[in-house]
Design a protein around this ligand. Structure first.
Ligand code: PRP
Length: 219
């Protein structure tokens, strides 16, 4: 379902997920005519597909399960489900879909706002579960642009004790993938697409615009 991390000479920390449903949803997310409600719903669907891929290789353990007919050995998750951490605001759109797969997973929040002049992230909220050290974290943000927000968010998760972090994003720019890889090389990025470049304002091209504004109708 996906090109492996570093596949075909790509960045070693990036896994571009290939799936017919994902391509279809991404086309509609990119479309400037897609209204806010549909945009949010599509983001959720993309989040679910990316989450399937990002959790495919979670550690498993064996246990006994008694079916109505027999007892059998069965594989189950070895650790509690990972914490889901949307980067506000646009990460909330991905969260809706990811939570359908993992409704019991705790949700942390990291609020970052990118300064439009400097493009640096400004942190305004961090609320993470206390038991993050027993779980990995899935960091949710549709955009990986300069990478400043992702680098800051991963640093917060590591400080809070997360044993591993994987990032789910919709569109990634080469600049952001490289910057995150330089700062946190062990963090794998699961993306629907690797886009061409950033423009002078730090927007991903061709991208999908400002995901937070489109998700919440504030553009
Ligand atoms: C956007 C996006 C990322 C960040 C990416 O958020 O959702 O969080 O910018 O940019 P970077 O890789 O250059 O740091 P924004 O600051 O616009 O906030 P919002 O989601 O509240 O609109």
């Amino acid at each position: 379902m996906s090109g492996g991390a570093g596949a075909a000479g790509g960045p070693p920390n990036l896994r571009v997920v290939r799936h017919a449903l994902l391509s279809d949803r991404l086309a509609r997310l990119r479309d400037a005519a897609t209204p806010s409600g549909a945009f949010r719903r599509l983001l959720g669907e993309v989040g679910a597909i990316l989450a399937v891929e990002a959790t495919r290789a979670l550690d498993e353990a064996e246990t006994a399960v008694a079916t109505p007919l027999a007892t059998m050995r069965h594989r189950v998750l070895a650790a509690p489900e990972p914490c889901l951490v949307p980067v506000l605001r646009a990460g909330l759109g991905l969260l809706e879909g990811v939570r359908r797969l993992m409704p019991e997973a705790p949700v942390g929040h990291i609020g970052l706002l990118r300064d439009e002049a400097t493009l640096r992230p400004r942190e305004y909220l961090v609320r993470l579960p206390r038991d993050l050290g027993r779980r990995g974290a899935l960091l949710l943000d549709p955009m990986l642009a300069t990478g400043g927000s992702a680098v800051a968010a991963v640093a917060r998760l590591k400080e809070a004790g997360a044993p591993w972090v994987r990032m789910l994003c919709v569109v990634a720019a080469p600049e952001g993938v490289a910057r995150l890889g330089a700062a946190h090389p062990e963090v794998e990025v699961f993306a629907a697409a690797l886009d061409e470049r950033l423009d002078a304002r730090g927007f991903i091209v061709p991208g999908l615009g400002d995901a937070g504004d489109r998700c919440f109708g504030t553009g």
